[in-house]
Write a protein that binds this ligand. Sequence first.
Ligand SMILES: [Cu+2]
Length: 279
Amino acid sequence: MDSTPDRTPAPPRVSQRFGSAWRVVRSRRSLILIALAPIFLAGCQVPTFGAYRGATTQGRDAFKLWQGFFIAGLVIGGFVLLLILWAVFRYRKRSEEIPRQSQYHRLVEILYTVVPLIIVSVMFVFVVITENEVDATPKGQVQVQVTAFQWGWQFYYPATGKVVEGETTEAPQMVVPAGETINVSLKSADVIHGFYIPQFNYSRYAQPGTVNHFNFNILHNGVYRGQCTQLCGLYHSLMLFSVKAVNPAQFAAWEHNVPSNNATIGQLKARIKAGGPGA
Ligand SMILES: [Cu+2]
């Protein structure tokens, strides 16, 4: 019988493993990398995570919230994934013996209750701040009354009585000055429609019997496409429009030249009924 004592070294304790890992981080190479990281990261732009950056101040606020939430999700999701992987590999089955059972770890239980509450509360505060910024409707320089109907849009400028309207294949264009506050009041002449401009990161219901008010401040000149986002009938997919932002002087010139004898929604609808889309 072999009486030689077992000389296999004992596996390192958890605290020893953490100690050696910390020494690695403290090594010179890691320090250089950490010191250079801000230089590399400064050259990176935080990704958009699939959203538009926002062509309006309101859209930009919504975009920043989306970006923050996405990064928070990545950090929290990554942390949870690491914990799962750590548990899977650290405590994988090694023998038939039942591992040491433990429960009621008070500190861990308090942490996993309090930390998520703090995270959700902080996110809630950012949501409220952003909502208040996006939904604020101080009086602006230009007012536009938007009426959605099957299947088109009417843009009425009450200050001058000018009207732009169009349906299906004749998508109308709302012209507004860039850099100024635009007050929009939105309603529907028939069923529920959706007023959506992707680059504004903004959507609102156009509802019969209800007027929704909102503002937008477009940052730069340009044409921004919009569409109806509620399935509102046969030609819903053709219910398109666009918003064109121009200089204030160009806007004044445009408003001067817009004909004011456009068809009413009733006349437009009668035309559609008689001849189909684009009639
Ligand atoms: Cu619609």
